[in-house]
Ligand binder design. Structure first.
Ligand code: BGC
Length: 769
């Protein structure tokens, strides 16, 4: 990137010709607000080194620095932005302090608004399960409206890390395993947060994370290294970040992991060559929390000075929650180890982002005036419940439904059991921003309201989420003063006995089981995907009653569901469904809403099968269903393939697909080919399904996956109704990264596969010339 010349200098060069250089220097004192580059140059020109470095600091409020000290630093112009405050009332004095600084450069306020702000929407996996971009956009827009109304300018979202390893706790935050689906969502979320323009009063700037490949940490263990071939990177893991950048994301948060031996935070290939040069990113790069000082622990920096030098040279504009830029950059610049041009380039991006947020035009754009502050920031009236309910019901996936156990009738007696049936905090899921547990509707509440007096609803907790004290301590570690996992002091046997007694008197059992929200979170990697034994024992005891057993799963990652599949009468995957989760799940349970969610990630049969992703590469000795024999690629003690495939989900009605027809057997470069299929609702009630189109490149210069999602359409059909769905394919849909990392479509034969999940598909072939 070539830094622009300062305005005064540019004017001077022109001015020398006309003899008005003195005037030009004076012009530099009066920044022209309408001309962004000139305005920013004029600021940079007048800033001291300390003020410039100040702009590169992103400070956590509530961290080490006491508030009065923060205000002093702000007034000295030594902080560029803050995060972790969520009210205008809190933010205003900080902006006031920044406005008292010599340069009066506004600060911005950031926060992790990941799946909602005050109103909490389903976690990322849940949003992705809707396969509906309008629905996902609604969640992002509401989050932006609520967050900006609280004086926030930026969110550290969307999280678009592809995850193929559900042991990784942050799988919950992302949108699943597929590059195409996650890229669509990345684009949608950036646009939803940033609205018409990041400058709009009700917009927040999106800072996409975690760049890059964080979801591929080895063994699913958080913060572990990533070692990956460039082809795989470009083909499968990088597209969603790129989609976010192309959609105009104003920020990029750099990942905590190393990539092929170089930590992302010190990786100039990643940040300078790929992000800025190849993708043309303009905006700020921020390190993740403390990541620059972690360069020492990675063992690539001897000391703080070297860490700061590596990070700024690699292209990290803002350092989050460490003091290394403040402490080390001045001396590095004086020693000539870091150029002023490098500092200026980073400052230019920070000021540019603030300009784009509209903060130079009005530093109080989102903070407003004190008289307009909400009396109660948590007031009911500030929530968007109907949007949350609508999004939540679309995020629920029906995995099993034997003998039409669901929908339940609103009559008789229902036994609701399980540690997650009435746990408001767990409804919210991890990273629940400013969400308040007390405002979340639990399943118990939701069912009670849905039933009214029509049926009897009994409740028993039945088990703790886990009886493993080590696990409880770990999950409560960050919240000693307000532990989230609160144990019922009764013995496991006593709790199960109570639940079984309740079940014995009921017509049906609804068991809400899974994970506490902290189990699927940052630093919450697991070696097992099973339900904790306390809950498994509860389910086995309930099964013994012989009553129909409906499982309502709440969890942030695919779980191992072999027992559940074999024993439950129905299974609903509800993820962590947010503020309105209880209402939404009840609507599905009682058939007021016909479930339409589809899995955005494969469910392995066991942890040993990981990674289990549908778009895997072909091998020389593939396992062939139904053909016995050794020496094929499989694990011999259990069936091959996932328990539930990517794209899978049932409905209360049935859908049938016709054969696929193609408009031609040939596709020429620059041309279009149409794939058509008719989908029919052959069941008894209205419902939605997702028609999914996959492509397989049959022969290429490098091994290509068995299939790749290239398009999908969610279709709502009345009972008996049918609709033709048409997909247009072009050469672009056939492109991939070859061994030279060029994106090409190679001539030859392709297979179009269309189905209602990634496994059961109809196919046709065509040739690209
Ligand atoms: C997480 C980021 C988050 C940041 C700020 C880090 O620990 O990895 O995702 O945005 O904290 O809260």
């Amino acid at each position: 990137m070539k830094p622009q010349q300062p305005l005064a200098k540019r004017l001077c060069v022109l001015g020398l010709l006309a003899g008005f250089c003195v005037h030009a220097a004076a012009a530099a004192q009066t920044p022209a607000l309408d001309d962004k580059p000139a305005f920013i140059d004029s600021l940079i020109e007048r800033m001291t080194l300390e003020e410039k470095i100040g702009q590169l600091r992103l400070i956590s409020i509530g961290g080490d620095m006491p508030r009065p000290r923060i205000l002093e630093e702000l007034a000295a112009g030594h902080i560029g932005g803050t995060f972790n405050t969520v009210t205008r009332h809190d933010n205003r004095p900080m902006q006031d302090a920044a406005q008292r600084s010599r340069m009066k450069i506004p600060i911005f306020f950031a926060y992790d608004v990941v799946h909602g702000h005050r109103t909490i929407f389903p976690i990322g996996l849940g949003l992705a399960s809707s396969w509906d971009m309008d629905t996902i956009a609604r969640s992002g827009r509401v989050a932006a409206i609520e967050a900006s109304a609280d004086g926030l300018d930026m969110t550290f979202a969307p999280t678009v890390d592809i995850s193929r390893d559900p042991r990784w706790g942050r799988t919950s935050e992302g949108f699943g395993e597929d590059p195409y689906l996650v890229s669509e969502i990345a684009r949608t979320m950036v646009k939803a947060y940033q609205g018409k323009s990041p400058a709009a009063r009700d917009s927040i700037t999106a800072s996409v994370k975690h760049f890059a490949l964080y979801g591929a940490v080895e063994g699913g263990r958080d913060y572990n290294v990533v070692d990956m071939s460039p082809m795989r990177m470009h083909q499968d893991f990088l597209p969603p970040y790129r989609a976010a950048v192309e959609a105009g994301a104003g920020g990029v948060m750099v990942a905590l992991n190393a990539i092929n031996g170089v930590p992302a935070s010190a990786n100039s290939w990643l940040l300078r060559d790929l992000l800025r040069r190849d993708w043309g990113f303009r905006g700020i790069t921020v390190s993740d929390h403390g990541a620059i000082s972690e360069l020492m622990r990675h063992g690539v920096a001897r000391d703080g000075r070297e860490a700061a030098r590596l990070a700024i040279k690699a292209g990290i504009d803002m350092s989050m929650a460490d003091s290394l830029y403040r402490d080390e950059l001045p001396a590095l610049v004086k020693a000539g180890e870091v150029d002023m041009g490098e500092i200026d380039a980073a400052v230019r991006e920070v000021l540019g982002a603030k300009y784009d947020m509209g903060l130079f035009h009005d530093p109080y754009r989102r903070i407003g005036v004190a008289a307009d502050d909400p009396q109660d920031v948590n007031a009911e009236s500030r929530l968007h419940r109907s949007e949350a309910r609508d999004v939540a019901r679309q995020s629920i996936v029906l995995l099993e439904n034997h003998q039409q156990t669901l929908p339940l009738k609103k009559r008789g007696t229902i036994a609701l059991v399980g540690p997650l049936a009435d746990s408001p905090i767990d409804m919210l899921g991890s990273w629940s921003a400013a969400g308040v547990a007390g405002q979340a509707v639990t399943l118990r509440q939701g069912m009670r309201e849905a039933l009214g007096d029509a049926a009897t609803l009994g409740y028993a907790r039945g088990a703790n989420v886990t009886d493993d004290q080590h696990m409880v301590d770990y999950l409560n570690f960050l919240n000693w003063d307000n532990p989230e996992v609160v144990q019922d002091p009764r013995s496991a046997a006593e709790m199960i006995a109570e639940a079984v007694a309740l079940a014995n008197k009921a017509d049906v059992i609804v068991a809400a089981v899974g994970e506490s929200r902290g189990m699927s979170h940052e630093a919450s990697s697991r070696t097992s995907l099973q339900l904790p034994p306390s809950q498994q024992r509860l389910l086995e005891a309930l099964k013994q009653t012989g009553k129909p057993l409906v499982l309502v799963l709440m969890n942030g990652r695919p779980l191992e569901l072999g027992w559940a599949k074999a024993n439950a009468d129905a299974i609903l995957e509800t993820w962590f469904s947010g503020t309105e989760g209880g209402h939404a799940i009840a609507e599905v349970l009682f058939g007021d809403y016909n479930p339409s969610g589809r899995l955005p990630i494969s469910f392995p049969r066991s942890v040993g099968q990981i990674p289990t992703y549908y778009n895997h590469l072909r091998v020389g000795r593939p396992y062939v269903e139904g053909k016995p024999g050794n020496y094929t690629s499989q694990y011999f003690e259990e069936p091959t393939g996932p328990l539930y495939p990517f794209g899978y989900g049932l409905s209360y009605t049935q859908f049938e697909l016709s054969d696929v027809s193609l408009s031609s057997r040939e596709l020429s470069r620059g041309g279009t080919l149409e794939a058509r299929v008719t989908v029919r609702n052959s069941g008894q009630r209205e419902g939605a399904t997702v028609v999914q189109l996959y492509i397989q490149d049959l022969v290429a210069s490098v091994i290509r996956p068995v299939k790749e999602l290239k398009a999908f359409r969610k279709v709502m059909l009345k009972a008996g109704e049918e609709q033709e769905v048409r997909f247009s394919l072009t050469e672009d849909d056939l492109k991939f990264f070859n061994a030279q990392l060029q994106q090409v479509a190679e001539s030859g034969e392709f297979e179009v596969q269309i189905g209602l999940d990634s496994q059961r598909v109809q196919s046709q072939r065509f040739t690209l010339h």
